[in-house]
Design a protein around this ligand. Structure first.
Ligand code: NAP
Length: 295
């Protein structure tokens, strides 16, 4: 990785994203730049100013408005970083739309899928090509993102799929939610589950295409699971929160992956949790959270 690095985090004005920016700003050199991005100008500016003023901050921190549902804006920012800096070294796709159990999943599906999935596809397509050798492109997924979380009838949609095929699968899921046929087809009610599986599948698809080239240059593309993090987004969904980490602690484990000196081929393209690859075919469907939801 270059000594002077350019880093970018999406959905970074609060929660895990903000903690990732804080950790990057503390661990990168003073001549590096961390872009704290989010959808709301005021929240982004406030967060960037606060992080820049923290005692541990060493790198420069700048706020940038990036609503990840605007895929043209993702493309423009990638192009801008290529033109101005010759590319980017660290990209962390982290944004998520907050869902509540009492909300209709169908009513929120379009926004949720746009933020988590359509945006992830755009980040992979636009930032992948401008990632400098030795760079890191991480998608924050979850341990819910393994194939075993889905009904076996759905596995073929994501297993070994190309990015275009993952995108088609996501759109077929979106359509099933819209038409009220998702549960009958085996889709979990909680949008977060198919969404995370699709994020991991998208990363796997892109990583499969670039693996040899990236490993030769010490570049890493992977999905990461931060473990349970105490944020307003996760609290409503779990009855036992005793193991939840503060965002700073969860961010630190993710950043250990970013700052690892060498890329472990066993982690490349995988879903990484606390430094270990999770089995893509592992996991079982969730029962508790789906029960919380009305049909
Ligand atoms: N918390 C957990 O236990 C946990 C566990 C596993 C994985 N994760 C993953 O970790 C990531 C961060 O989650 P979190 O718990 O930190 O969530 P959070 O505290 O709700 O933060 C989500 C961030 O995404 C931003 N966002 C929402 N819509 C956006 C859009 N259209 N464009 C740009 N940014 C947008 C939010 O901005 P606003 O402030 O403007 O709303 C906020 O900054 C997510 O990918 C989540 O799935 C979390």
């Amino acid at each position: 990785m270059n000594a002077s690095r350019i880093a970018l985090v999406t959905g970074a004005n609060q929660g895990l994203g903000r903690a990732l920016v804080e950790g990057l700003a503390a661990r990168l050199d003073p001549d590096s730049l961390v872009l704290l991005t989010g959808r709301d100008r005021r929240r982004v500016a406030d967060a960037a100013r606060e992080v820049a003023g923290l005692p541990g901050t060493r790198a420069r921190v700048e706020g940038r408005v990036l609503d990840v549902t605007d895929t043209d804006a993702i493309a423009r920012l990638a192009e801008e970083l290529r033109a101005e800096h010759g590319g980017v070294d660290i990209v962390i796709s982290n944004a998520v739309a907050r869902l509540l159990p009492e909300e209709s999943q169908a009513a929120r599906a379009d926004e949720f899928i746009d933020v988590s999935n359509t945006a992830t596809h755009a980040v992979l397509r636009r930032f992948g090509p401008v990632l400098r050798p030795g760079g890191r492109l991480l998608v924050v997924a979850s341990s819910l993102g393994t194939l075993g979380r889905l009904d076996p009838r759905l596995h073929h949609l994501f297993d070994g799929a190309s990015l275009d095929q993952v995108e088609s699968a996501v759109e077929s899921w979106r359509e099933a939610v819209r038409t009220g046929t998702a549960a009958a087809a085996g889709w979990p009610r909680w949008l977060n589950v198919p969404s995370k599986v699709a994020q991991v599948a998208a990363v796997r698809a892109v990583a499969a295409e670039r693996r040899a080239r990236d490993l030769a240059t010490g570049t890493l593309i992977a999905a990461v699971c931060p473990g349970m993090v105490d944020t307003a987004t996760s609290r409503p969904w779990f009855s036992d929160f005793s193991q939840a980490q503060p965002p700073s602690e969860a961010a630190s484990a993710v950043l250990d992956v970013v700052f690892a000196e060498h890329v472990d081929p066993g982690l490349y393209g995988e879903l990484i949790r606390f430094g270990q690859a999770l089995d893509w075919h592992g996991g079982t469907p969730l029962v508790e959270q789906d029960r919380l939801l009305t049909p």
